[in-house]
Design a binder for this molecule. Structure first.
Ligand code: NAD
Ligand code: DAU
Length: 341
């Protein structure tokens, strides 16, 4: 099969490409990626020589280039990871989230419709919004996004469903929990906290740190997507996570313990505006297809922290480059006014 993986140079996309090429030796993958700050060729450095992998640098909003690429490459399946993905960045500069996540996904749908290609879309548990205690989101729940990022992902998710209903386009959607693992850009909490701990820099916990997240290993997200691609029902949505949450403070404990660092690094800082208190998903629908996660959330966070300890050469150039400017903007004032626990 010929697969176009958009956003394949990012965190989950690159893990997915690596996994797919290993597991499906007959298939060819074309990565289509704009190479934003989060998209890095080096995430697949050891694989670019493979005749089964190639890269097209482009924007998913560029309809002509997407169409031409699919025609030239004989694309049979589009897997859409491409997105602006960080909630805090969406609060600082939201418009690009609409451009890429909404319009970009719409362009992919149009090309898929024109050329008759199946499209699998990567959505997120954030589309369900804050989840009250005692409930776990199921796929039929209403979408209730609360950040510009989540709203753009919900719009994309609904456009994909609309194309299935209106045009009969063969689509599937997975809604993933908080992924952790190799090659996650250090703006996200687990890699940020891990790399800060390694550098003995303060760990900025938003608010009281009692927000709940399902920290799932990216490997299990990849196997979940594979399961849906191979066994999922066309037109359906599937949640992918462990189905178990922990507080951010528990996540910080695991990071510090794994790296042998002290709690004195923790700072409680001004909260993220509109911060969703809890995400929690029921993953029985995916389990019914025979999928099971390999990692529980504690193992997933510990494994991720260990990867950052062992792969300083990957993240050091990122942290010393353009990332510094973002870090100052996001954290300088917060950390200046922070207190230890
Ligand atoms: P990431 O930020 O690490 O990577 C995003 C990739 O998309 C990068 O390679 C970037 O260059 C590319 N990209 C951005 N704009 C583009 C554009 N206009 N055209 C082409 N390429 C573009 O993101 P990630 O964490 O790997 O997330 C991948 C997908 O999974 C996203 O759709 C995200 O919403 C979804 N998701 C992420 C998580 C998570 O915990 N990280 C959880 C659930 C769902
Ligand atoms: O739930 C899936 C989503 O997970 C994905 O759709 C997003 O693309 C991905 O970024 C992630 O969103 P979150 O906002 O949940 O992840 P983040 O790593 O930014 O934050 C995790 C938790 O940690 C959240 O409750 C906010 C908190 N946090 C985050 C940062 C960056 C802090 O306390 N301090 C921080 O500095």
């Amino acid at each position: 099969m010929n697969i176009l993986v958009t956003g394949g140079c990012g965190f989950i996309g690159s893990n997915f490409v690596r996994y797919w090429l290993e597991q499906h030796p007959e298939d060819r993958v074309v990565v289509y990626d704009k190479l934003t700050y989060a998209g890095r060729r080096e995430n697949l450095q050891d694989l670019w020589d493979s005749p089964r992998l190639s890269l097209v640098v482009g924007d998913i909003g560029d309809q002509d280039l997407v169409r031409r690429t699919c025609q030239e490459q004989g694309t049979q399946l589009i897997v859409n990871f491409a997105a602006e993905t960080h909630v805090d960045q969406s609060i600082l500069g939201p418009l690009v989230f609409t451009d890429t996540n909404v319009r970009g996904t719409h362009v992919l749908l149009e090309v898929a419709r024109e050329l008759g290609i199946r499209l699998h879309h990567i959505s997120t548990d954030e589309v369900y919004g804050h989840i009250r205690d005692g409930h776990q989101s199921v796929e039929t729940d209403e979408l209730s996004p609360r950040s510009p990022y989540a709203a753009s992902k919900a719009a994309a998710d609904q456009l994909v469903q609309a194309y299935a209903i209106t045009y009969g386009l063969p689509v599937t959607i997975t809604r993933g929990a908080n992924n952790v693992g190799p090659y996650q850009y250090p703006e996200k909490a687990v890699p940020l906290f891990s790399t800060n701990a390694i550098l003995n820099e303060p760990i900025p916990v938003y608010g009281d740190g009692l927000q709940m997240r399902d920290y799932a290993h990216v490997y299990d997200h990849c196997t979940g997507i594979e399961t849906v691609l191979l066994k999922g029902e066309i037109g359906q949505v599937y949640n992918v996570g462990t189905g178990r949450e922990m507080t951010n403070l528990e996540m910080v404990d695991i990071v510090l313990e794994t790296l042998g660092k002290d709690h004195s690094l923790v700072r409680h800082v001004t909260d993220r505006p509109g911060h969703d208190r809890r995400y929690s998903m029921n993953v029985d629908k995916l389990r019914a297809l025979g999928w099971e996660p390999k990692y529980d959330p504690r193992q997933a966070v510990a494994e991720a922290a260990r990867w950052y300890a062992a792969n300083q050469a990957w993240w050091e150039p990122i942290r010393s480059g353009e990332f510094r400017e973002y870090y100052e903007r996001q954290y300088a004032e917060r950390l200046a006014g922070s207190g230890q626990p």
